[in-house]
Design a protein around this ligand. Structure first.
Ligand SMILES: Nc1nc2c(ncn2[C@@H]2O[C@H](COP(=O)(O)OP(=O)(O)OP(=O)(O)O)[C@@H](O)[C@H]2O)c(=O)[nH]1
Ligand SMILES: [Mg+2]
Length: 295
């Protein structure tokens, strides 16, 4: 039996959460086309007869511009300590730049076995893959590169085997039926945030926090969910709600569908939009909204 933890790190929007979801085979982390989707460290756990791979999904590496992103960077930084393997996710489609190479070298310097998942190969010219692998080799990035497409499920088994081969012998850390360390209530809040990320632009989704006030399973098997959508400016509130509440109604309907799929039961969803002026820059509000400093 081999078991261990794998820090999944890389630039914002590289495709880390998508990759963790396909490796685990279940949705444990939300995904969106916008950078800074993941705000917390989330464990995604894959267990087979001979192995347990505990993936640590992290917020993407991004230039921090407020208290929230500062905390996100520290979360990513801390997650890469004391793991067995670092899985560096590189967005092949975005191109290989000097700063990508510098980031990879910085991670290699930790002295932890590292693999590079070169992802999004489904949307890029195939001849660029060996070219980039050669560039990495010539730049002295001493890590195996596994080209994958998380979206098409290509080479995922190969990536799993490459990770597996780097893990130490050991007993599982989690029961075999557990796929995440996060509660259903956490995922409900995240699914709401995912649909907001998809629906709204610019600063609006980045300035939203979702707080679940009620999450109850009723006797008939349905769920009652009541949540607050907290934004940072009153004009954001107006945009979130939209003309005659249309934007919010549509977003809520997508979120409810996703929640029902996740819980496998009918959901009754109610919500309020609240304003907490500039909450992303206020440590006390960050704590109140569930973004307190992690360990
Ligand atoms: N075509 C293609 N798109 C992908 C692939 N993997 C991820 N994406 C897309 O890339 C975008 C970002 O994916 P995420 O998984 O949220 O990226 P992330 O690295 O977790 O992003 P942050 O949490 O913001 O740091 C989404 O629109 C995904 O659908 C892939 O293999 N192929
Ligand atoms: Mg993510």
């Amino acid at each position: 039996m081999r078991s261990g933890t794998i820090a999944v790190i890389g630039k914002a929007n590289a495709g880390k959460s998508t990759l963790v979801n396909v490796l685990v085979g279940e949705k444990v982390a939300i995904v969106s086309p916008k950078p800074q989707t993941t705000r917390d460290r989330i464990l995604g756990i894959l267990t087979r007869e001979d192995r347990q791979l505990v993936f640590v999904d992290t917020p993407g590496i991004y230039r921090s511009c407020n208290e929230l992103t500062g905390r996100m960077m520290r979360t990513a930084e801390n997650a890469a300590k004391e793991v067995d393997v670092i899985l560096f996710v590189h967005d092949g489609h975005a191109g290989l730049r000097e700063d990508d190479i510098a980031l990879m070298k910085r991670e290699l310097a930790r002295g932890i076995p590292m693999l590079i998942a070169y992802t999004k190969t489904d949307i890029m010219p195939q001849e660029r893959i060996p070219e980039d692998v050669r560039t990495l080799y010539e730049a002295g990035v001493e890590a195996d590169v596994v080209p994958v497409s998380a979206r098409r499920g290509k080479n995922i088994g190969k990536l799993e085997e490459a990770v597996f081969s780097l893990l130490p012998e050991g007993e599982p850390l989690f029961p075999e039926d557990v796929v995440s360390d996060r509660s259903e209530k956490f995922m409900i809040a995240e699914l709401m945030r995912e649909k907001i990320l998809l629906r709204y632009d610019k600063e609006i989704p980045h300035g939203v926090a979702v707080v679940v006030n009620t999450f109850e399973r009723r006797e008939n098997g349905t769920y009652a969910v009541d949540l607050d959508i907290v934004c940072e400016k009153s004009n954001h509130k107006a945009i979130l709600i939209g003309k005659q509440g249309k934007a919010l109604k549509e977003t809520a309907s997508f979120a409810r569908e996703a929640m029902e799929k996740f819980l496998g039961a009918k959901v009754f969803l109610t919500m309020y939009v609240k304003v907490r002026e500039d909450w992303r820059d206020k440590a006390n509000l960050l704590r109140e909204l569930g973004y307190g400093e992690s360990e």
